[in-house]
Design a protein around this ligand. Sequence first.
Ligand code: FES
Length: 577
Amino acid sequence: MKKKSNKRLRSQSWFGRDGAHGFIYRSWVQNRGIPHDQFDGRPVIGICNTWSELTPCNTHFRVLAEQVKLGVIEAGGFPLEFPVMSLGETLMRPSAMMFRNLASMDVEETVRANPLDGVVLLMGCDKTTPSLLMGAASVNLPTIGVSGGPMLRGIYHGCAIGSGTDVWAMSEKVRAGKLSQDEFHEAESCMHRSHGHCMTMGTASTMACMVEALGVGLPGNAAIPAVDGRRNVLAREAGRRIVTLVREDFALSQILTRHAFENAIRANAAIGGSTNAVIHLIALAGRVGVKLTLADWDRLGRKVPALVNLMPSGAFLMEDFHEAGGLPVVLRDLGRNGLLHRNAITANGRTIWDNVKKAQCWRPEVIQPFARPFKRDAGIAVVRGNMAPDGAVIKTSAATPRLMKHRGPAIVFDSIEHFYRRINDPKLPVTKDSVLVLKNCGPKGYPGMAEVGNMPLPPRILKLGVTDMVRISDARMSGTAYGTVVLHVAPEAALGGVFALVKDGDIVELDVKKRKLWLHVDEAELARRQKRWRAPAPPMQRGYYKLYVDEVQQANRGADFNFLVGNSGAPIPRDNH
Ligand code: FES
């Protein structure tokens, strides 16, 4: 491990000053009873908190922050907690994703503008993780990520129910007439009964796994339940550890290497992780100068089996995953089978292999052995063709095998509102072989690429007992959702191109094995349609909406803003007075 650095701490450019500037920088901090000796050159650690009552998954973060503070103080550092924009997945409209880049700017600029030497990121609900990682990566101080942990499993009528996943399943039962509205309402309070984020392998749990697989979090980060005392211990250990990382001048970019991203992509396949991780990791890699592409996702995820039997792909929940041994068991199995860069360094100063090589699996029905995996070839597949020249993704572990090679007539919806107006129409010319196509839900078109890609099935089809159909869109879907759903079509419909030209009745071909997504309409007809195509009107002409639509990149590039790609480091800004 590295030796102590002799580099002067950046916080000393504030707190180590003489004269009026030093007075100003120190005196106002002392107003809540901070002793003068806290400015003696000890590492100053920012605790970046996404606590908010508007982000229900993160409402226990004040407790976590206190634990981090204790750890920082125990290790001889000086903690300063600060809030940043918090992105609540359930309440924010049109989509929390629309504000991921904005929150990342908040993190980046707050960290750089203040006398901080290192940062602990408190992250939980879906977009709070990538936004904090992206912002921190663009500053590149020593950084540790602490996830808030999943909720306890939901229990309804004696059975386990999972966040999101069972919302989609139960609402389909209501629409099929198999569950009453009263029963559906009763399930609301049964599903989410403790602090924490969604306890399926949705986007929040996936991203918590990514934090651990990348090495930015400590071992155990992904799965310890939010209300388990060991989650607080993990936060406290992170507080202790970040002080050492600062003393060793160990920047985040030393952890976020290409090997770390490759480990995370394979881990995502092995856990049956969310498609949202594709977008977030590509965007994060862009902040540290690692060129990560959809082709990397497809190549690295191929042949990786899903080991973890969790909803939405499987049966269990994050609490079970934790009891089974959590992500270290999965990483150990990847490492034993040549699918892990064992020397990737992690936040605790050890290699990832050192962290996981002795992990034990306590519940093999939850984390299945590599030789008898839960699902084979479970990586996220990238399909291309005239409908998606720049690619689209499908989560193979959550898809129906027989639909992964399919041809069918399109039923097209120009917006999600159009979809809801039309889907219950008994005259909708839909059969079980139809392909549902949803347009104008991409980064610019929605705007914000909402999680609407897992379109509910038409009641007529549900009543036949059919539970899955091929669905294609330029939207995202919740990590808790499932089905044969092709997402993130790039370029999106709002930019024109063949995807914007699909019409009812056109034949669409999906062949996941061949990585093909093709619209069978001849070139002359497509050219005629292209001439008539008009771009949808932009939603708002001012403020953040305008900035977002003007600057957001397509999904295959991580939907980051053009001007945010890369990083600016942590230079000391000019004096403020
Ligand atoms: Fe916050 Fe699912 S809604 S993690």
